[in-house]
Design a protein around this ligand. Structure first.
Ligand SMILES: Nc1ncnc2c1ncn2[C@@H]1O[C@H](COP(=O)(O)OP(=O)(O)OP(=O)(O)O)[C@@H](O)[C@H]1O
Length: 364
């Protein structure tokens, strides 16, 4: 089992651009932490500062309590895998894997063990990088990174250059090798779904800092704010009457994460809106993903303005644009906002007329 990574107050400017502004992040020992954020927010910069390829303007990086600041990159005991693997083209797989090892460890057994670990046939040892698929090259790159038993592995978008088939298979092989060795890992990815499905913890960068770090479930279901909520998934806002621990929306009742009162809106995920309800809506567009799909719908309440929502449905049950369907909302809202956001409970006449009676539109 390797050690934890602790980053504290990390700051970095490139000319006039301030990329990191006192970033704090802990990556627990033996776990896979995904670093996500908008393009250009500084994810790769964090990895490069941790690896020692660049110097921070301020802040500290420690692994297992050991301050890496004074150490050059080659003494940090960190493995780094890039988007394209960057294998040495003139060396065989065996040569690549054992490149950074002392001579006494550059043997057949070491190579075989590492190929086994990343799920590659031992016969690949004699091949050159151009004789491997992109996914195989990434596995060799990981084997090379793991060969010296580093304290920490940094993965910078290692799957993004692979096509869908190879990506799934390579992800499985790479994460299983990392788990088997118990290596502390930080994965940079621009793919939120990849982060949520692979990582033990996810850290989201914004404005040079970590805006939220937690389990994938925490980021998805208990986002720190509306921006985080929208970054890790789709959202829908539904008009509702907020009544303490629950809200009666036009599509049905939901629980509230924090007590709220008054007329307002609840914010929910698309999978909380199912197409098996009684509230009439018109399908505007369908985004087909194979196994499931996102459906954009318009609801026309009898006593309020129309509004749009997103629902998720199984791929084989998707409606077509123009179709009428019935909606139902359930579960717990991510968030709720009262129109008058003062936290004074509102009752009766104080409520907006459009919501005073929460009357869903039913199809005849
Ligand atoms: N060596 C450099 N010199 C000048 N600017 C740089 C340098 N390296 C990075 N930057 C800038 O710093 C910002 C952050 O870059 P970085 O590559 O860390 O972002 P990122 O989140 O990894 O982006 P992406 O998701 O697009 O790969 C960008 O605006 C980039 O142009």
């Amino acid at each position: 089992m390797s050690d934890d990574l602790a980053i504290s107050g990390l700051s970095k400017r490139f000319g006039t651009i301030r990329v990191l502004a006192g970033l704090d992040l802990t990556a627990p020992a033996g776990a896979l932490t995904a670093l996500i954020g908008r393009s250009g927010c500084g994810k790769t910069t964090v990895l490069r500062l941790v690896a020692g390829f660049d110097r921070p303007d301020a802040g500290t990086v420690a692994v297992g309590g050991r301050d890496l600041g004074p150490l050059p990159a080659h003494q940090r005991r960190i493995g780094y895998v890039t988007q394209h693997g960057d294998l040495f083209p003139h060396l065989t797989v065996a040569g690549n894997i054992t490149f950074g090892l002392p001579w006494r460890r550059r043997d057949r057994r070491t190579v075989d063990d590492l190929l086994d670990l990343v799920g590659l046939d031992r016969a690949h040892a004699r091949r050159f990088p151009h004789q491997l698929s992109g996914g195989e090259q990434q596995r060799v790159a990981l084997a090379r990174a793991l060969a010296p038993a580093p304290d920490l592995v940094l993965l910078d978008e290692p799957f993004s250059a692979l096509d869908a088939d190879l990506r799934a298979e390579t992800r499985r092989a790479v994460t299983s090798a990392l788990r088997e060795t118990g290596t502390t890992t930080v994965l940079v990815t621009h793919d939120q779904a990849e982060a949520l499905s692979l990582a033990d913890r996810v850290a989201l960068l914004r404005d040079g800092r970590v805006v939220q770090a937690g389990t994938p479930h925490e980021l998805y279901r208990q986002p720190a704010d509306r921006w985080v909520a929208a970054f890790v998934g789709e959202l829908s806002s539904v008009p509702a009457l907020l009544s303490g621990d629950h809200a009666d929306s036009l599509l049905g009742r939901v629980a509230l994460p924090r007590p709220r009162h008054g007329a307002g809106t609840v914010v929910v995920r698309p999978e909380q809106i199912t197409l098996d309800g009684t509230v009439g809506a018109v399908v505007l567009a369908v985004d087909f993903h194979g196994h499931d799909g996102l459906v954009r719908l318009r609801v026309d309440p009898t006593d309020g303005p129309p509004f749009e929502v997103m629902a998720r449905a199984a791929g084989h049950l998707l409606p077509v644009p123009g179709e009428r369907t019935g909606l139902r909302l359930s579960g717990t809202a991510l968030d709720a906002t009262a129109d008058d956001s003062a936290e004074v409970p509102l009752t009766g006449d104080q409520l907006a007329p459009s919501i005073r009676s929460v009357r869903p539109v039913r199809d005849p």
